[in-house]
Ligand binder design. Structure first.
Ligand code: XBP
Ligand code: MG
Length: 250
């Protein structure tokens, strides 16, 4: 069966957006609105247990402040809007680059006429801002579909966003392969029966990636090899289209 689409997660996969992007934007929103919260790097790592910005604030109130989150049911959506405004402007300044190998692989997939989709829990504006900030004004032309944010009721680790993307692409799970960076992302893709490659990062390297087809430090470059963490019988030190096709067929 031919590989017909590659499904890319965004945060942590295309770019290391969490620590220096989302976290910073949350703190800017708290400061702007006078909310006395501040999420340091370590705390933010714990908050990443929950995907989605509104859901993450809800989780923080309930599990870290030990307060009733319904008290904040009007404030959280407002804080999230302000956070998105800050995130978009941070990304516009191009401060966070793409991870190694991402641009090269996008080019290779596109040239081969294989579809590329974004499958993420983050807000669509954030995706456009990151793509414009890193791939330029025509960067969105790489992508045939953006499946993002609140378009589905349940965010990752639920498989809903992958089901939605497959439906929109009119493809079956076995026609595709996903690239993710986190356990929540892997649960979501595997829940939709999509074979998945994991590129880890500082926040996710100790997570459980059981079931992934390949786990590595990043996608790597021919001159800058990735570290292979799990399942590699290909002998390759970077991910190219040929490796994606081999894994997909295996
Ligand atoms: C990333 C996330 C997102 C962002 C926040 O998940 O957890 O929620 O941290 O984005 P994924 P919003 O890697 O699966 O995309 O504030 O826009 O929700
Ligand atoms: Mg991710």
């Amino acid at each position: 069966m031919k590989l017909q689409a590659v499904l890319f997660d965004v945060d942590g996969t295309l770019s290391e957006t969490e620590r220096d992007g989302h976290r910073v934007a949350f703190n800017m929103a708290f400061e702007e609105t006078g909310v006395p919260w501040n999420w340091d790097e370590e705390l933010y790592g714990k908050l990443l247990a929950v995907t989605g910005g509104k859901e993450r604030m809800h989780y923080y109130v309930e599990h870290f402040l030990k307060e009733d989150p319904t008290k904040y049911s009007e404030q959280i959506p407002l804080l999230h809007k302000i956070k998105t405004k800050h995130y978009v402007s941070l990304m516009g300044s191009g401060r966070i680059p793409l991870r190694p190998g991402v641009h090269r692989l996008l080019d290779e997939i596109k040239k081969a006429g294989i579809k590329i989709a974004i499958v993420t829990t983050t807000t669509p504006e954030n995706v456009y801002a990151l793509v414009h900030g890193t791939l330029g004004p025509s960067g969105m032309e790489y992508f045939d579909l953006v499946a993002a944010g609140d378009i589905v009721p349940k965010k990752k680790p639920a498989p809903d966003i992958y089901h939605y993307a497959l439906e929109q692409l009119n493809l079956k799970p076995e026609d595709t392969i996903a690239i993710e960076d986190s356990e929540n992302g892997l649960k979501s893709s595997l829940g939709a029966c999509v074979k998945t490659i994991i590129t880890v990062n500082g926040y996710t390297e100790d997570q459980d990636f059981n079931g992934a087809a390949l786990v590595l430090s990043d996608l790597g470059e021919p001159e800058n090899p990735a570290e292979i963490i799990g399942v590699n019988d290909s002998g390759k030190t970077y991910v190219n289209l040929q490796l994606l096709q081999t894994i997909h067929a295996g």
